[in-house]
Design a protein around this ligand. Structure first.
Ligand SMILES: Nc1nc2c(ncn2[C@@H]2O[C@H](COP(=O)(O)OP(=O)(O)O)[C@@H](O)[C@H]2O)c(=O)[nH]1
Ligand SMILES: [Mg+2]
Ligand SMILES: [Zn+2]
Length: 302
């Protein structure tokens, strides 16, 4: 019997929930230790009683993940976009936003940012995101509390695409999913029962269809994260994943300039002249230090 194909719609530890073409969802177990499936994967599977065994993960268009000294954590695969969702409150870390954008860029997935809770004072959040304009990252402001205006703003950007929604706890990820994915509530219950995870906490990454047809697109809600390691990015490639920093590189005196302290560095000159946000340069240097420490295996690197 040739294996059928299914879509991974939730992942919890090593077992996953797959949706098969007739719409049913099955718990699926990996065969052996190889090839862990993540949300968004297409897998071939064989029935095993009421459940399924994953035979193989089909080739991926892309895979978004983070990696630190201890582990590699996959978010999702086969994405069309990453939406970094932050809010006026609770305050967010621009460092985490920068890292999520680098992870998306290095996976080859376009990313944009939404600043939620525009019904609250936005100045602080706006100021943190302002430097991203130079990196050509789109930033939109919205209030999910104003459901109709939010839906009008978001639908054209999300329709027909598979979008991973990332952001800190409290930003409004669940509110967004509930607003745009009609079946979300039912699906959360179903997935939680199947995977025996908590009903109200997003401990797993989950796929929510934006409509009844396969081409309608989907949102993938992922748990918040405390750390966001980028150890899979080569230190020498880092600058390429920060387009606003990269744009200033061409004039450096040394071909192997790291843009830290070298004389004749055009990146530093751009910071001094106000053409590049100092925070972006600091984020770059901090990450470069971290990546180089990781490579040399120094303790304390993460
Ligand atoms: N004031 C305000 N609160 C919002 C807005 N959107 C979501 N919230 C609230 O923010 C809290 C966290 O939202 P939730 O969707 O659970 O965030 P998540 O942790 O990212 O999933 C909830 O109490 C929401 O009702 C908004 O636009 N304005
Ligand atoms: Mg949530
Ligand atoms: Zn330089």
């Amino acid at each position: 019997m040739t294996p059928a194909v299914g879509l991974v719609v939730a992942a919890h530890g090593r077992h996953v929930l797959i949706q098969i073409p007739d719409g049913r969802r099955l718990i699926a177990h990996p065969r052996g230790k190889r090839g862990e499936a993540v949300v968004g994967d297409q897998v071939s599977w064989l029935a095993s009683g009421d459940e399924a065994v994953v035979e193989a993960v089909l080739p991926r268009r892309n895979l978004l993940f983070r990696q630190d000294a201890w582990r590699t954590k996959s978010f999702a695969a086969n994405l069309d976009a990453v939406l970094v969702l932050v809010a006026a409150d609770p305050p967010f870390s621009e460092r985490m936003v920068a890292r999520a954008l680098i992870a998306a860029h290095s996976a080859g997935v376009p990313a944009w940012v939404a600043l939620n809770k525009a019904d609250l004072p936005l100045q602080a959040g706006r100021a943190k995101l302002a430097p991203l304009a130079a990196a050509e990252v789109e930033v939109v402001e919205l209030s999910l509390r104003d459901a109709q205006a939010a839906a009008e703003l978001l639908k054209p950007r999300l329709q027909g695409r598979t979008t991973l929604v990332m952001g800190p706890s409290g930003a409004g990820k669940s509110t967004l999913v509930n607003l745009l994915c009609p079946q979300a509530d039912a699906e959360v219950g179903e997935i939680s029962r199947a995977l025996q995870s908590g009903r109200h906490t997003t401990t797993t990454t989950r796929w929510y269809a934006l409509g009844p047809n396969p081409g309608d697109g989907a949102l993938i809600d992922s748990p918040g994260f405390q750390e966001f390691g980028l150890h899979h990015v080569a230190a020498t490639d880092l600058v390429r994943h920060m387009p606003d920093v990269q744009a200033q590189v061409s004039g450096c005196r040394f071909y192997n300039c790291t843009h830290r302290q070298e004389p004749g560095c055009s990146v530093r000159a751009a910071v001094d002249a106000g053409r590049l946000a100092a925070t972006r340069w600091r984020q770059y240097v901090e990450m470069l230090d971290e990546l180089e420490a990781a490579r040399s295996g120094r303790p304390g690197s993460q």
